[in-house]
Design a protein around this ligand. Structure first.
Ligand code: CP
Length: 328
């Protein structure tokens, strides 16, 4: 494999910055197809450079604040890891709000306005759908949505798209089956919107009727309650967890929690070149024995998340003028 030279990295960041000029990532709807294409190219470049220990510290002196009002393992850890890989630093106390002044009743806006004075990038997860849209009208620092309730999770969907394109080369004439809690699953909401950019991709939605995809994200896809009916045609199987924390009635969670279990039997009629994805965490949805199946890519997704978040931070923070002579 050819290792891209650092000049190529610089050019890919610059071309992406020219096609995506906003200083925040609130929704995947902000990405044009052109910007998405440039982003995928940049992630790929960062992937190779990082794997070969050749990634320059392009965000030296930049500080990330990861502010999570809901639990997280992957998203918080991968943003933090990504910033260190880029040579920057992380405010250490923000992930987990137990020790902050939120406990004294400080508003989200005031907390973010304060932390914005002390950092270069705010990454926020919050239970309220749409809160980031309100925040960007009040806070002018770079901001990334790390999940807004049952709204969107744009960075997860971007890493999912990168994973699909890396594993399958193209989405042309591919069938993507998305299964689970499509009502509350925010990663699905963002992913569907991204998939709508691609022609000739077939999307199949599998969920109980009560947990169907909200109509604001729906665009005429096939819907069914039966995974068995559609798994054989699938090239990509994207499995999601029942979002217990968002269920109003715990009994309905019990009813659905084991509805779609992916195991050896489920996969019996699946294609040999299927890829099995999951944003994680998983609870009941995928038998751990499936982890050894070469079709399972959900832990690769986590690694791809690192490169995706590195690329997104370069997009928002890289200063082509101040770094040019240092690195290239
Ligand atoms: N996929 C994802 O958002 O995982 P975390 O909740 O652990 O961040």
């Amino acid at each position: 494999m050819n290792i891209p030279v650092q000049k190529e990295l610089f050019e890919r960041i610059c071309i992406l910055q020219e096609s995506y000029t906003e200083n925040n990532i609130v929704s995947v709807q902000q990405f044009s197809f052109e910007a998405l294409t440039h982003l995928m190219n940049l992630i790929s470049c960062i992937h190779v450079l990082t794997e070969n220990n050749a990634m320059p510290p392009v965000l030296a002196n930049k500080i990330l604040a990861a502010i999570f009002y809901e639990p997280s393992t992957r998203t918080s850890a991968s943003f933090i890891s990504a910033m260190y890989k880029l040579g920057g630093s992380v405010l250490p106390f923000i992930a987990g709000m137990e020790s902050s002044s939120v406990r004294k009743g400080e508003t989200v806006v005031d907390t973010l306005k304060t932390i914005a004075q002390l950092s270069d990038l705010l990454v926020l997860r919050h239970p309220e759908k749409g809160i980031h849209t309100t925040l960007v009208a009040n806070i002018f620092s770079p901001l990334i949505n790390a999940g807004d309730g049952y709204g969107e999770h744009p960075t997860q969907a971007l890493l999912d798209l990168y994973t699909i394109l890396r594993e399958k080369q193209s989405l042309e004439n591919k069938t993507v089956t998305i299964v689970g809690d499509l009502l509350y699953g925010r990663t699905v909401h963002s992913l569907i919107r991204l998939l709508h950019h691609f022609e000739n991709v077939h999307i199949q939605l599998v969920s109980p009727r009560d947990l169907a995809l909200p109509r604001e994200y729906y665009s005429g896809e096939k819907e069914t309650e039966s995974l068995e009916e559609v798994i054989g045609e699938s090239d990509v199987l994207y499995v999601t967890r029942m979002q217990r924390e968002r269920f109003k009635n715990p009994e309905s969670y019990d009813q659905y929690k084991s509805l779609y279990l992916i195991n050896k039997d489920t996969l019996h009629h699946a294609k040999n070149n299927l890829i099995i994805m999951h944003p994680l965490p998983r609870v009941n949805e995928i038998d751990p024995l499936v982890d050894k199946d070469t079709r399972a890519v959900y832990f690769k997704q986590v690694k791809n998340g690192l490169y995706t978040r590195m690329a997104l931070m370069c997009l928002l923070l890289f200063d082509r003028n101040s770094h040019f002579y240092d690195f290239f």
